[in-house]
Ligand binder design. Structure first.
Ligand code: PGA
Length: 260
């Protein structure tokens, strides 16, 4: 299975913008052949989850951008994983770098959110990534190892089957810069290695790893030639349904799949 996850962030704000987006996505989906091997996940902001549930075209699944780690309680502003599950949310971004940076989300909080998702039958898309400074200091792999091990520390082997990792270098997000295929490949290998003490080889090999950060239809083909990638997480491009469908085409394209 390949994944195409669209993180709409806080970029669409009005009801009308969301409604127009769903219509445009529906139109774009109509124009493409059904792709059983590509799972399209759209993550709108919280107030529009209910609306999206009704309006999202067939073929797209609902994802959330964040979640609280407790099911119920006095957590003003928090959104329970149980509410998300009730809403029909199947996926949830956890530990996006914007959450880590602007909302002081720590590895520990990310780990608790991952567990909360799994307890509620939501697939966590765990976002990890180094900052520009960490990259310059040669700390990329060490930072990613720490983030992966923390996030998966409390995950059982059974639960691990539902985990998805998204490698999103902080410096690549919104910047129109991307790492080379070789750099992404090195990261993929390192992510899998960092899990060998907790899970079996075949379990680790089955872990879907996505790439995110300035993915566009133009850049996707190069990125997707990185062996071992199971898909992409897009921000800006996710707002453009036609471009999104071009990426879906590439994900499902046999010539690319052979190299995956
Ligand atoms: P971008 O954002 O595709 O606009 O760089 C990606 C993300 O933040 O997930």
């Amino acid at each position: 299975m390949r994944y195409l996850v669209a993180n709409l962030k806080m970029k669409l704000v009005s009801e009308q913008e969301h409604a127009e987006y769903c219509v445009a996505l529906g139109e774009a989906l109509k124009g493409v052949k059904k792709k059983k091997d590509v799972r399209l996940v759209v993550c709108p902001s919280f107030p529009f989850l209910g609306d999206f549930k009704k309006k999202l075209p067939k073929g797209a699944m609902l994802g959330a951008q964040d979640v609280h780690w407790e099911e119920v309680g006095a957590y003003t502003g928090g959104v329970s994983p149980r509410s998300l599950a009730d809403f029909g949310v199947s996926f949830c971004l956890v530990g996006h770098s914007e959450r880590r940076e602007f909302f002081a989300e720590t590895d520990e909080m990310v780990a608790k959110k991952v567990s909360a998702c799994l307890r509620n039958a939501i697939q966590p898309v765990i976002c990890i990534g180094e900052t520009e400074a960490e990259r310059a200091e040669g700390k990329t792999l060490a930072v990613l190892r720490r983030q992966v091990q923390a996030a998966c520390g409390g995950v059982s082997r059974e639960e691990f089957k539902r985990v998805i990792i998204a490698y999103e270098p902080r410096w690549a997000i919104g910047s129109d810069r991307t790492p080379s295929s070789d750099e992404i490949l090195e990261v993929i290998i390192s992510i899998r290695r960092s899990l060998v003490e907790s899970f079996d080889r075949h379990e680790i090999d089955a872990l879907p790893i996505l790439y995110g950060g300035s993915v566009s239809a133009d850049r996707a083909r190069d990125i997707l030639h990185t062996s071992g990638l199971s898909g992409v997480l897009v921000g800006r491009e996710g707002l453009l349904p036609k471009e999104l469908m071009k990426i879906a085409d590439m994900l499902s394209d046999n010539s690319v799949k052979e190299l995956l």
